[in-house]
Write a protein that binds this ligand. Structure first.
Ligand SMILES: Nc1ncnc2c1ncn2[C@@H]1O[C@H](COP(=O)(O)OP(=O)(O)OP(=O)(O)O)[C@@H](O)[C@H]1O
Length: 271
């Protein structure tokens, strides 16, 4: 596997009068588990979307090792989108298709539209998909329609789909925001296990600070598009938190924390 650092330099994205991401410079070494926190509208989603080029920068650059991501076009851009798998709050599975087929769709990432339409898969690809589902404890559901699963199960299928892309980086945009605490824990534990076992870099947006503290090697806090804090959970003091969220944000944020407080399930994560 290609182990490279992800480097953002003076990365900026403006939407009209709004600067969603402002002059962000960061270097993320391979294998780090990074949480991005901040109030609603702070720029977290835009930052992730810049990394996989769903959003184009107004200024600045992104490198992955010596590959200049912000200059990629055509085939090279499709390859990059396969290398950085993305999971979303709303899972984005095809509900009428079975779980296995949904995972196999991950193998089509980076292929053109025409070959995607044929949906032909090899036995080897099927075996890979089952193996990915098994890692997420979802293999027994392989033939069930995706739409019949719980939200947490759907998110684990979405992670399996991301895994069969054989990505270098996993981007997750509020992957647990619509899950109850039990399912949120299972999804975060799955991301943590993949990060440890595969050495895969994980960059995850979280709206709850305690989840970031519990799971992330490194926490990046954004406010009004800019990075306000970049450090470990222990460095994230109450004063810094008050700065990140502001007085009114803190009330909004306390409510979010108490409603979805989760912790890693230590027995599920091998050291
Ligand atoms: N496509 C767009 N067009 C116009 N403005 C946008 C667009 N995408 C984002 N913005 C604006 O950029 C700012 C940052 O938005 P972004 O979604 O990145 O924040 P966020 O921290 O992810 O928020 P949330 O937690 O609510 O998802 C916001 O002011 C938002 O309204």
């Amino acid at each position: 596997m290609e182990h490279a650092s992800l480097s953002l330099t003076r990365l900026t994205r403006r939407f009209g009068q709004t600067t969603a991401v402002r002059d962000v410079t960061l270097s993320i070494p391979p294998g780090q588990f990074v949480g991005v926190i901040g109030r609603s509208g702070a720029g977290k989603s835009t930052l992730l979307r810049l990394v996989n080029r769903l959003v184009e920068p107004s200024d600045g650059s992104i490198f992955f090792g010596d590959r200049e991501i912000t200059r990629l076009k055509g085939r090279a851009l499709r390859d990059w989108r396969r290398d950085c798998a993305m999971i979303f709050q709303q899972f984005n599975l095809v509900e009428r298709l079975d779980v296995l087929t949904n995972v196999l769709v991950g193998r089509l990432a980076g292929h053109g539209f025409v070959s995607s339409m044929t949906m032909r898969f090899t036995d080897e690809e099927r075996a890979l998909a089952i193996e990915a589902l098994d890692r997420l404890d979802m293999a027994p559901k392989a033939l069930q329609r995706a739409g019949t699963l719980s939200g947490g199960q759907q998110q684990r299928v979405a992670i399996a789909r991301a895994l069969v892309q054989n990505p270098r980086i996993m981007l997750a945009d509020e992957p647990i925001a619509s899950l109850d605490p039990g399912n949120a824990t299972r999804v975060m534990d799955a991301l943590a296990r993949i990060n440890r076992e595969d050495g895969l870099t994980v960059l995850v947006n979280l709206h709850t600070l305690d989840t970031a503290r519990a799971y992330c090697d490194r926490i990046i806090a954004m406010r009004e598009g800019a990075v306000m804090f970049d450090g470990s959970a222990t460095q994230l003091t109450d004063d810094v938190v008050a700065d990140i969220y502001g007085a009114e944000g803190l009330a909004e944020f306390d409510a979010a924390v108490t409603s979805t407080s989760i912790r890693p399930q230590a027995e599920k994560i091998p050291a």
